[in-house]
Design a protein around this ligand. Sequence first.
Ligand SMILES: O=C(O)CCC(=O)C(=O)O
Length: 254
Amino acid sequence: MIEQEQAAGLNRQQQEYLDVQGYLLLEGVLSPSEAVQYRQQLLALAAQEPGRINPTQHVRWLVNKGADYRKLLLHPAVDPWFRHLLGDDYALSTLTSNVVRPGAPDGRYHTDFQDRVPEPLPEFPLTANSLWLLDEFTPENGGTRLVPGSHRWRRRPPPDLAVHPDEIRIAAPAGSVLLFNGGVWHSSGANTTDRERVCLICFCLRSFMKPQFDFVHYLSDEAYAEATPELKRLYGFTAWPQPVDEPAAPKRRL
Ligand SMILES: O=C(O)CCC(=O)C(=O)O
């Protein structure tokens, strides 16, 4: 298994770090100009959703908002890490974003999408997240805060926990990807600067889980037309339950 993963481009030290600490920083996944371009596009999309403008704003359904966003899926620098954490048949849960505006307070610690899982949480990761930094992240501008190693406690954070003593705040250049095990306690940080902190979010899970967004029924025709078999698997088409045998029921793309 380890040999296969190294053949797939996984660095052994990074892999051990991810498994023990629960997170990994991959620098230079996006070029500086790509980060600037995505940031501008994202803020323009955010402005078109005035009903959602909050201290933190998620522009969602990016799979349907242009091929540029779909290029992030199965990205060669990130895909092997998702496979390592979630298995080769992992699926997409959402392709979204987070704009943390000036004045936003610390978010609430959480694990990703494990609220209904009985504790102790499984030893293996159920979900994994990747934040694609479109700004440099700093402890001042809302850089993600997380508790290294907390995925190994196999618990959700207590709802009233404000700051864990082992918490760190991510500092990393724009263009980096912060990858983490969904069992790690984390949230966005407070933004005490005068500029938005923006990231894209590609959030994935094991193939047997239900994703947060229904790509099978709501993927745009354009995105469906260009999807390779691997992408269809990522969108969940192959994880969909079987239809009735006879007669064929009305169906869309199944
Ligand atoms: O934007 C961030 O820094 C954190 C996002 C987050 O908590 C999440 O996607 O679960």
